[in-house]
Design a binder for this molecule. Structure first.
Ligand SMILES: Nc1ncnc2c1ncn2[C@@H]1O[C@H](COP(=O)(O)OP(=O)(O)OP(=O)(O)O)[C@@H](O)[C@H]1O
Length: 317
């Protein structure tokens, strides 16, 4: 378990983290989400003892990082995959880490295998691609077989295979009962792996919820999208049944308060042709954008709140 307790971190006049509290639980992937500059990395750096909090604390398994008797065995971290000496080979880097933390050498080969780096273990890190560097960072995080993992943007720079691999890895780690705290600024990426999401903006907690709760809170649940040959006729008929109807243009209506099958039945009775009918559940991104709207100084029009059809939250992982 990772507990962030009333954490505040200031740099001069900048408040990077502002009285933030949340818990990442064992056996779950907790997505840690926020726009650029929201304070995610600062929170994670405090968690691993790289920064001193101005106030509050981050506890891992009930202890501050500095108090942990065997930090690598308790908390594996990948905050900046480029922080490895470029002249070292991957194997030497991991062996040095293992030696300084009393971890058996054999574990180095295990994590090289786990992260698919065996064939390049003898190469100097300076020759590594971004993706190989990320894998090495994750190998180091796994070295102590830790009960908790903190990964800062682990899919950054990874190709499609790498992204899939990270998703599988974090789900497996959680299924083994570990605590996984995973940051991203991409809601759709976290939606595929996280059990809960903690959303922050300008250092403050904006939401701590399951994906389903987030969507519900945004009012995005239960929206039906229908494309029809007669939007005006259908809209009037649906409003007559108490539905709230937005005309999105192009024959498309967004309908709330009436289930999809009823929208179809009303269309049939009204004599209009239904060209498309879908439950609109793509409101996760919408929920996130709405939540963080005030936390982003200059959001471009193209990034503004919008609908769309996406996966069902909490569905396939
Ligand atoms: N060492 C530092 N000195 C001064 N200000 C800092 C320092 N580190 C972070 N900040 C500021 O604190 C705020 C939060 O930064 P942080 O890197 O934690 O955000 P983030 O959510 O991780 O963003 P990103 O997604 O861009 O990495 C930003 O305004 C940043 O400029």
């Amino acid at each position: 378990m990772i507990e962030v307790q009333a954490l505040t971190k200031r740099y001069g006049t900048t408040t990077a983290v502002d009285d933030l509290s949340f818990t990442a639980r064992a056996g779950e992937v907790t997505g840690f989400l926020g726009p650029n500059g929201a304070g995610k990395s600062t929170t994670m750096r405090v968690a691993v003892g790289l920064e001193r909090p101005t106030a509050g604390a981050v506890l891992v398994g009930g202890c501050r990082y500095a108090e942990l008797p065997a930090p690598l065995r308790t908390l594996g971290t990948m905050l900046d995959a480029r922080s490895v000496h470029p002249g070292l080979t991957a194997r030497r880097h991991l062996r040095a880490l293992a030696r300084t933390h009393g971890i058996p050498r054999a574990r180095v080969d295990e994590v090289l295998g786990l992260t698919g780096l065996e064939s390049v273990a003898g190469r100097r890190v300076r020759t590594f691609s971004l993706g190989m560097g990320q894998r090495l960072g994750i190998a180091a995080a796994l070295l102590g077989d830790p009960a908790a993992l903190v990964l800062d943007e682990p899919v950054n720079g990874l190709d499609a295979d790498g992204v899939l691999w990270v998703r599988g890895l974090v789900r497996r780690m959680a299924a083994e009962g570990r605590t996984v705290l995973l940051s991203s600024h991409l809601m759709h990426e976290l939606a595929l792996v996280a059990d809960r999401v903690v959303v922050i903006g300008r250092g403050r907690l904006l939401a701590d919820a399951t994906l389903e709760e987030l969507v519900e809170r945004s009012g995005g649940a239960g929206v039906v999208r229908v494309r029809t040959s007669g939007p005006d006729v259908l809209a009037a008929a649906l409003r007559g049944r108490g539905a709230v109807v937005d005309d999105a243009g192009g024959g498309v209506l967004h309908v709330r308060g009436v289930p999809g099958d009823e929208v179809g039945a009303v269309a049939a009775r009204s004599g209009v042709v239904v060209l498309e009918l879908a439950g609109e559940v793509g409101s996760l991104e919408q929920a996130y954008l709405a939540l963080t709207d005030d936390a982003v100084p200059h959001r471009s029009g193209a990034d503004g709140v919008r609908g769309g059809q996406q996966r069902v939250p909490g569905g396939a992982r």
